[in-house]
Write a protein that binds this ligand. Structure first.
Ligand code: UD1
Length: 363
């Protein structure tokens, strides 16, 4: 029996590991699949609700590391994860995405000569100011299996000289969760709860340090949302980091009734809100992909994206954090000037199966 430990830590990890856990159940007699939660995200609305909604079992290990500076958080995860690896001695560690838990656990495993698989490998924003870009580059460089979600990932890894035998183009695992749960989202009551009509509101999320830790950028985006809110309702579920900074910078005074602020929402509710929105304004990585799959117009408040397929074939508009650009493009879109959109290759709900088949054969 082979033993595999998959790591989750932050909100965007849960919807990537849930389908993998399910796919490994088809190999029950060969593979024991263990889930380790680092505790990078710990609030009920940032973590627990996702386990319930995605029907994931309780994690086998919970490291409880919590928040901290990058060095503190990464180091704490490594110290705690090393103990688990020494105890369990798995045949493979699986990490997903680009958060601090991803690099911390990949590095810990690599140093113990334990094989590592990275799901969502090869994505590059070419912006090393982003902590996630550092996490992506380092994780890819020490992983043994690189599972790629879009063609830019293949190009990047080839250009970086990675051994092609390590690279597998499998599609987007997060879309597996979307496909599995969209019917439930269709039954959600969340639009009623906020008094919203399908196609008649804008959905906003912000949490990137470059936007929300910077007073000037956060003010410009909030001002744009206020302005857009005078045309269509804007629903804004607020990440804890963003909420802290809105108050710290005194920007709460600029929110005058056109923006509906709410706590972070669960996965099913959020899918329903994406699917039915007229427009999304975000700086998230995952939401660029979810909106692409659902054919919804998306303004990304960043100047680059590690997911260029969402601009090439999706309806993603990359605009940075400039007030005028966001406001004007949003008004154009709401007036009907929409980008055409199609679904990228292998975003078909079967990525986890492909990954499980490859892993079962190779370990
Ligand atoms: C992390 C990821 C980012 C991902 C995002 C999704 C890194 C470097 N960043 O950013 O890539 O897109 O998750 O949300 O790993 N906090 C809470 N409760 C929580 C979690 C966080 O209050 O459950 C607050 C704390 O004040 C914390 C801050 O949010 O200091 C930031 O949390 P952290 O995990 O460091 O980074 P995120 O901004 O969430």
């Amino acid at each position: 029996m082979k033993k595999i430990i998959s790591v989750v830590g932050a909100r965007p990890n849960f919807m990537k590991v849930a389908p993998l856990h399910k796919a490994f159940q088809n190999y029950k007699n060969e593979i024991k699949h263990i889930i380790c939660h680092t505790g990078q995200h710990y609030d009920e609305k940032m973590s627990k609700i996702f386990f319930e909604e995605l029907e994931m079992p309780e994690p086998d290990f919970y490291l409880g590391v919590g928040s901290g500076s990058h060095a503190e958080q990464t180091a704490k995860i490594m110290i705690e994860f090393e103990k688990i690896l020494l105890k369990e001695n798995p045949d493979l560690v699986v990490v997903v995405g680009d958060v601090n838990s991803t690099i911390a656990c990949a590095l810990t495993a690599a140093k113990l000569n334990i094989k590592t698989a990275h799901i969502e490998a090869g994505l590059r924003s070419f912006d090393r100011q982003m902590p996630e870009e550092i996490n992506r580059i380092l994780t890819d460089s020490i992983s043994d299996f690189l599972f790629v979600s879009e063609k830019s990932g293949l190009e990047n890894l080839h250009r970086e000289g990675v051994d092609p035998k390590k690279i597998f183009f499998v599609g987007n695992i997060m879309i597996d969760s979307l496909v599995a749960h969209i019917a439930k989202a269709d039954n959600s009551d969340i639009l009623n709860q906020f008094n919203l009509n399908p196609g008649e509101y804008v959905l906003a999320t912000l949490h990137r340090p470059s936007n929300v830790d910077n007073q000037e950028n956060l003010t410009q985006i909030i001002d744009a949302l206020e302005e857009i809110g005078s045309i269509k309702k804007v629903l804004f579920p607020v990440h804890p980091r963003t909420k802290n900074n809105i108050y710290k910078f005194g920007i709460n005074n600029r929110i005058n009734g056109n923006i509906i602020l709410t706590e972070p929402l669960g996965y099913i509710e959020f899918l329903s809100l994406i699917k039915n929105s007229a427009l999304i304004i975000t700086d998230s990585g995952g939401i660029q992909e979810e909106s692409t799959f659902l054919g919804v117009q998306c303004i990304t408040a960043r100047s680059n994206t590690e997911r260029p397929i969402t601009v090439e074939v999706g309806a993603n508009h990359l605009l940075g954090s400039n007030y005028e650009k966001i406001k004007n493009t949003a008004i154009d879109i709401l007036n009907g000037k929409k980008k055409k959109c199609s679904i990228p290759a292998l975003w078909d709900g079967k990525t986890a199966e492909r990954i499980a088949t490859i892993i079962a054969k190779k370990i």
